[in-house]
Design a protein around this ligand. Structure first.
Ligand SMILES: NC(=O)C1=CN([C@@H]2O[C@H](COP(=O)(O)OP(=O)(O)OC[C@H]3O[C@@H](n4cnc5c(N)ncnc54)[C@H](OP(=O)(O)O)[C@@H]3O)[C@@H](O)[C@H]2O)C=CC1
Ligand SMILES: CC(=O)[C@@H](O)[C@H](O)COP(=O)(O)O
Ligand SMILES: [Mn+2]
Length: 395
């Protein structure tokens, strides 16, 4: 039985994680739920899953939850509550499904407490991949990808290496890999020119062609910033140089990503676009549980197509890759500027094309710190957010 803490339980990944747990009651026990401020859903989740502990980081929302709930689950609040959720002694696996940079501190706390991590929250690796991966090594924990592309690469790598190799041994075999190929749907605006993108609305942005996800990642998918973040995520997860990570547009989102080995073999993982499979695999690893969701029917799928990304119409992809290659504090700066711009766009404060424009201006003016420690990452995140907000105000 795996004992799980779900950080971000009320979000898209969090809710699907609970469905996976409900489908595998013999194997998975939800011990802790944590979210930001969704009182009603947290209340429902507590009543369904009976965790030992539930946390809302927003103190007012946690107060409201305490007023409405009178059962045995311990209710905590604030950052202290979140850290307790990440490090609770009865938990062995923490599923990181919070959105954005806010996931970094609790993820690190969980790793330092010796928990295995199932990670959806890619921004954590983008902002501080060197610190997170170092902590993973020092604490001898597993960091299992939930992001669909990275789960596909992880599974393809397992298929490509010698079966006797352990998890840790495969991590140092990047020389046997020619390249990782990350697939991208291309989002709702695939094929549009930069000029056509001036007119797009928020409602259009939020209509992903294949996946139903939270708002932030859906906007990132539409700008291709998501793929840029995922290139950095792959760099850290698989210890792979940027030169060996390629992005290919695959509008059907059936081939979730591929690995090309030095002998020319290309191994991929395919499936319907449903996050419950990568979530379940991260929680069942090294086993596989039965399928608790829809299965792939190749005949119904029909034609699968692939094309090059349009880096001119969607500059966020290139900006992200350049920041990743430059390293130091630049990926953290990219992430902070992008998060601020997406929030501003969601709130109607800037236009769609302002997102990459402002992010480009912010990262160009950022003076990078070569090997930032956690405090310097924190400082970078805060300073970049301030600067981005100033540019947003003057837009
Ligand atoms: N959705 C998907 O299919 C995929 C998502 N991902 C990644 O997974 C992560 C989560 O995405 P998604 O589920 O879509 O996001 P959602 O916006 O749907 O959910 C976010 C969750 O995080 C909580 N949260 C937000 N801010 C804070 C905070 N400051 N402190 C504590 N909790 C917080 C929210 O709580 P509340 O509801 O109370 O506000 C909610 O539970 C992202 O990093 C995304 O890129 C990766 C692959 C696929
Ligand atoms: C489901 C998932 O993993 C998302 O991160 C997905 O990748 C978004 O689709 P895009 O390929 O459009 O970015
Ligand atoms: Mn993804």
């Amino acid at each position: 039985m795996k004992n799980i803490s779900v950080l971000g339980s009320t979000g898209s990944i969090g809710r699907q994680t609970l469905e996976v747990a409900a489908a595998n009651p013999e194997q998975l026990k939800i011990r802790v739920l944590a979210a930001h401020r969704n009182v009603d859903l947290m209340l429902q989740q507590i009543e369904l899953y009976h965790p030992d502990m539930a946390v809302l980081t927003d103190k007012e929302a946690a107060g409201e939850l305490l007023k409405q709930y009178h059962g045995n689950t311990e209710i905590l609040s604030g950052q202290e509550g979140l850290l307790a959720a990440a490090t609770y002694e009865k938990v062995d696996t923490v599923l990181g499904a919070m959105v954005g940079y806010a996931g970094l501190r609790p993820t690190l706390a969980a790793i330092n407490a010796g928990k295995d991590i199932a990670l959806a929250n890619k921004e954590t690796l983008v902002a501080a991949g060197h610190i997170v991966m170092e902590a993973v090594k020092e604490n001898h924990v597993n960091l299992l990808p939930v992001d669909s592309e990275h789960s596909a690469i992880f599974q393809s790598l397992r298929g490509g290496y010698h079966p006797c190799l352990t998890f840790t041994e495969t991590e140092n075999r990047s020389s046997e890999v020619k390249k990782l190929i990350l697939t991208a749907s291309g989002g709702p605006f695939r094929g549009k020119t930069k000029d056509e993108l001036k007119q797009v609305t928020l409602a259009q942005c939020l209509k992903h062609p294949n996946w139903s996800m939270g708002k932030k990642v859906t906007i990132d998918s539409s700008t291709l910033a998501n793929k840029g973040l995922e290139v950095m995520e792959a760099h850290w997860l698989f210890n792979m140089p940027y030169e060996k990570i390629e992005v290919v547009i695959h509008p059907q989102s059936i081939v979730h990503s591929l690995v090309e080995f030095n002998d020319g073999a290309v191994i991929a993982q395919l499936g319907i676009p449903d996050m419950k499979l990568p979530i379940q695999y991260a929680l069942s690893y090294p086993q596989r549980y039965d399928c608790s969701f829809g299965q792939l029917d190749l005949i119904k799928c029909g034609t699968l197509t692939f094309e090059a990304p349009d880096r001119e119409a969607f500059p966020s992809l290139q900006i992200a890759i350049e920041c990743g290659k430059a390293g130091g504090s630049l990926p953290c700066a990219f992430n902070a500027a992008n998060e601020e711009c997406v929030t501003a766009f969601l709130n109607g404060k800037i236009a769609y094309l302002d997102i990459p424009d402002i992010v480009r201006r912010v990262v160009n003016s950022h003076i990078p710190i070569p090997h930032p420690c956690l405090d310097e990452i924190e400082e970078t995140d805060q300073n970049v957010r301030l600067m981005t907000r100033i540019l947003i105000q003057h837009q």
